[in-house]
Design a binder for this molecule. Structure first.
Ligand code: MN3
Length: 211
């Protein structure tokens, strides 16, 4: 699912396809650089360190690790949930950003209109969900196995994968994603994020899975 990370162990973080300042003024260059090169990389490094001790999991991709997390030995559940989740969530977040943003298209655009009434009404619901996440976490656009769209929230580095959902897009609402520029004004960050969101990529993910 990801082009920023190699598919399995040892996970390697590639370069963003745009400059750290390319999302200015919506997301500032310092936040982008620190978030990508330190926060994201730390999850990848910790995941690799965890997997270095478990050869039988080294051929799994991130989705496989996260979907089977509850069936792993007890001592692996927390580090895999935390570090594979952090790697997956950050890959999804950064891949869902593009300078200037892009609108939903194709089957996703039709599903959004059908489910939420319009793209603007959908964005308002997504913003409300992201704004009300208590503490650290993510808001998501995901689809059920049958393709029904859902806006949901997860805590910490949890993902919608264990419940069988197909993630299409997320927004990181940990304070490190916005505090340098927006301080406590998370809603302003969500507005800015919506201006640089790659709904076109979410549309491709939707089309790949449901057409
Ligand atoms: Mn983050």
């Amino acid at each position: 699912m990801t082009s920023l990370l190699s598919p399995c162990y040892p996970f390697q973080l590639g370069a963003l396809p745009f400059a750290y300042n390319a999302l200015e003024p919506n997301i500032d260059a310092a936040t982008m650089e620190i978030h990508y090169t330190r926060h994201f990389k730390e999850y990848v490094d910790n995941l690799n360190a965890t997997l270095a001790e478990c050869p039988r999991l080294q051929c799994c991709n991130l989705e496989e690790l996260l979907r089977c997390c509850d069936r792993l030995p007890a001592n692996l559940r927390t580090p895999i949930r935390r570090y594979a989740g952090g790697a997956y969530n950050h890959a999804m977040y950064f891949e869902g950003l593009t300078p200037g943003g892009s609108p939903p298209c194709g089957t996703l655009a039709r599903a959004i209109d059908c489910t939420y009434g319009s793209t603007e009404l959908f964005k308002a619901q997504l913003k409300a969900k992201a704004t009300e996440v208590f503490g650290s976490g993510y808001a998501w656009l995901a689809a059920s196995r049958t393709g029904r769209l859902a806006i949901m929230a997860t805590a910490n580095q949890d993902t919608p994968l264990p419940c069988g959902c197909v993630p299409l897009l997320n927004v990181d609402v940990w304070e490190h994603a916005y505090y340098l520029k927006y301080q406590n004004l998370r809603a302003n960050y969500i507005d800015a994020w919506l201006r640089v969101t790659d709904f076109g990529r979410a549309s491709v993910l939707h089309e790949e899975r449901f057409c």
